[in-house]
Design a protein. Structure first.
Length: 176
């Protein structure tokens, strides 16, 4: 299993990235600021890093510059909302291997209902499917099927988190 260092201060974005990486069988270590990320990067053994540029404590560019100065050769992907050519060049100059713009929108919705039973989770995006708990609530079972269809049409994704007891959260990611 590849070991990834994620340095991202936005908790929702980090959660989405971690979820996606874990689904692809990566082990993810997360730091919420540049100083902590630098310390982890210097002490740990990682196969790659995903680094936000705009971080508290120490920005991503300075962090990567220090990692490279210390001899780190792990591949580093910059993740940033900055979009100019100069921003990209700056990222490469400071030691980044790739640069990904945040060119997506993320919508996260949570509820405090009964959650989704494990046996229902694989079917919740099927048209007209309604889990046993929801049968007492009005509806036709099309809501999540429509959400999934719209996300796919726009090359987006939908991720569901539910322990079956304490509500559910849905994260929809769409390109901008």
């Amino acid at each position: 299993m590849a070991n990834i260092l994620l340095i991202e201060d936005d908790i929702k974005t980090a959660g989405f990235i971690k979820s996606g990486l874990k689904e692809e069988c990566f082990s993810v270590h997360h730091a919420v600021d540049g100083r902590t990320g630098l310390n982890l990067g210097l002490k740990g053994t990682f196969d790659a890093a995903v680094v936000d540029i705009m971080l508290p404590e120490l920005d991503g560019l300075g962090l990567v510059e220090q990692l490279r100065s210390a001899g780190s050769s792990m591949p580093i992907l910059f993740l940033s909302g900055r979009k100019t050519v100069e921003d990209r060049l700056s990222g490469f100059k400071d030691g980044g291997d790739d640069y990904l713009e945040r060119a997506y929108g993320v919508l996260s919705v949570s509820d405090n209902g009964p959650g989704i039973a494990k046996e229902d989770r694989e079917h919740i995006f099927d048209r007209f499917y309604r889990g046993d708990i929801s049968r007492s609530i009005s509806g036709n079972g099309l809501g999540l099927a429509l959400v999934k269809a719209i996300a796919r049409k726009h090359t987006g994704t939908v991720v569901v988190h539910s322990d079956g007891k304490n509500g559910s959260s849905f994260v929809v990611k769409l390109p901008r």
